[in-house]
Ligand binder design. Structure first.
Ligand SMILES: Cc1cc2nc3c(=O)[nH]c(=O)nc-3n(C[C@H](O)[C@H](O)[C@H](O)COP(=O)(O)OP(=O)(O)OC[C@H]3O[C@@H](n4cnc5c(N)ncnc54)[C@H](O)[C@@H]3O)c2cc1C
Length: 385
């Protein structure tokens, strides 16, 4: 980029938009680019299919993309580790590779797609016993615990903390998984706000509530879990809701990674970005998906659908920056098709006010999700002779 050698392009995190960058690099290799991708592990787990995985509709290899293979096909270097700091002045990212070791990786351009953490999960009263789901690799641990509880049998008391779309889907998937294993369940979905599924229409919420009720899941609102114990979730008045598995699925907050970078952040710690997906303060730093907040559209939900749409814009933006051209502008779409897997062979769909709880909606969701996965899984399949 400075004319002295290849551009060192560092991708941090294997989020959705970075999968697209890897795919494009495989299809259209860029000259004079030295690619490194840092991520926690070799797989990207696709959240849209997580509830289906928990209830055994999908196997892990159906919901995961092998990122290491994509990086190899894109002629890059994969580096396993957790990014823990960003030093814009030194053009370097600090990456923890073991409890004792932090290495510094230099860059000319860096892009972050590290997703988000879950609010409150690191509090000392919670962290020890709550089952986390972020980073998404953790879903395999949740899957294993559900299996184990299902095998023990009897009635399994469980709590899901957070009544957003993910909380509702995971509660329904847990019910389905335990029922499949022959166990009974007593699942409580706990939401601190006045309503579950905030941001959705009243009609959609009513429908979701009725589905939860039919499946034996109790939804409690205006209730805050303050501590998690091995046998219960404790709420603000000191009462304990019996629970052998408490899954923590509250709202998105940033990993601490950007905290000391000196760059402008939003109030949840996410990097503030311009319409070309770059830090508002440093055009060599990009952030996509949950970890970047658009300064022009700060209310954009932290959802995978936006992360996916940002992929092609990031590709063009990186290429324009390397070529010294004008990068494109990203405008988030208004609203999106919501389909919640209800764990009973059906899904609850909301598209512009049309609401349907049906097998048809499930088939549509399954088709969309499988198509997304094929896009990246097929990139790394061995070529046919
Ligand atoms: C159960 C569940 C279901 C959901 N369903 C949907 C849905 O149907 N539709 C939808 O739009 N949204 C859904 N979401 C929200 C969605 O998961 C997130 O918005 C989305 O995953 C964000 O994508 P991303 O590309 O920003 O990052 P992610 O997909 O979270 O990927 C982040 C990547 O970065 C890596 N990483 C994390 N931290 C570091 C670090 N410090 N250093 C290096 N690498 C790191 C991780 O290993 C991972 O590879 C769901 C969420 C959950 C929990």
């Amino acid at each position: 980029m400075d004319g002295r050698g290849p551009t060192r392009l560092l991708l941090v995190g294997a989020g959705h938009a970075h999968l697209e960058i890897l795919r494009r690099l495989i299809l259209e290799p860029l000259r004079d680019v030295e690619l490194t991708l840092v991520s926690l592990g070799p797989l990207h787990h696709y959240s849209g299919m997580v509830p289906g995985y928990l209830q055994e509709t999908y196997q892990e290899d159906e919901i995961a993309v092998r990122v290491t293979d994509l990086v190899a096909r894109a002629r890059g270097r994969f580096f396993a580790g957790r990014a823990v700091g960003l030093r814009p002045g030194h053009q370097a990212v600090h990456v923890q590779t073991s409890p004792e070791e932090i290495v510094e990786i230099p860059y000319d351009l860096v892009s972050f797609a590290v997703g988000s953490n879950t609010a409150g999960v690191d509090a000392p009263e919670v962290a020890g016993e709550a089952q986390r789901i972020k980073p998404l690799e953790r879903v395999t641990a949740l899957h294993a615990r559900l299996r184990m509880l299902g095998e023990v049998g009897g009635t399994v008391p469980a709590v899901v903390v957070g009544g957003g779309a993910a909380g509702v889907e995971v509660a329904l998937a847990m019910a389905a998984a335990l029922e499949k294993a022959g166990a009974a369940h007593r699942i409580t979905l706990v939401e601190a706000g006045e309503e579950i599924l905030s941001g959705y229409s009243n009609r959609f919420r009513r429908r979701a509530r009725s589905i939860l009720h039919q499946r034996g899941i109790v939804a409690r609102t205006s209730v805050r879990v303050v501590a998690v114990h091995s046998d219960a979730a404790e709420i603000q008045d000191g009462t304990r809701i019996p629970s052998r598995l408490t899954v923590w699925l509250t709202g998105a907050v940033s990993w601490p990674l950007f905290r000391d970078s000196g760059l402008p952040l939003d109030d949840r710690g996410f990097l503030l970005i311009d319409d070309s997906l770059r830090s508002v303060d440093d055009p060599r730093i990009f952030a996509v998906g949950d970890c970047g907040t658009l300064a022009s559209h700060p209310e954009t939900p932290k959802a995978g659908v936006y992360a996916v749409r940002e992929g092609p814009v990031l590709w063009q933006s990186l290429k324009a920056t390397m070529a010294g051209g004008e990068p494109p502008r990203y405008v988030p779409q208004e609203g999106f098709l919501s389909i919640l897997n209800t764990g009973d062979g059906r899904a609850l769909l909301d598209y512009k006010g049309i609401i349907s709880h049906s097998r048809w909606a499930w088939r549509l969701k399954d088709r969309i999700d499988r198509r997304f996965m094929r896009r990246y899984q097929e990139c790394v399949e061995p070529e046919k002779p």
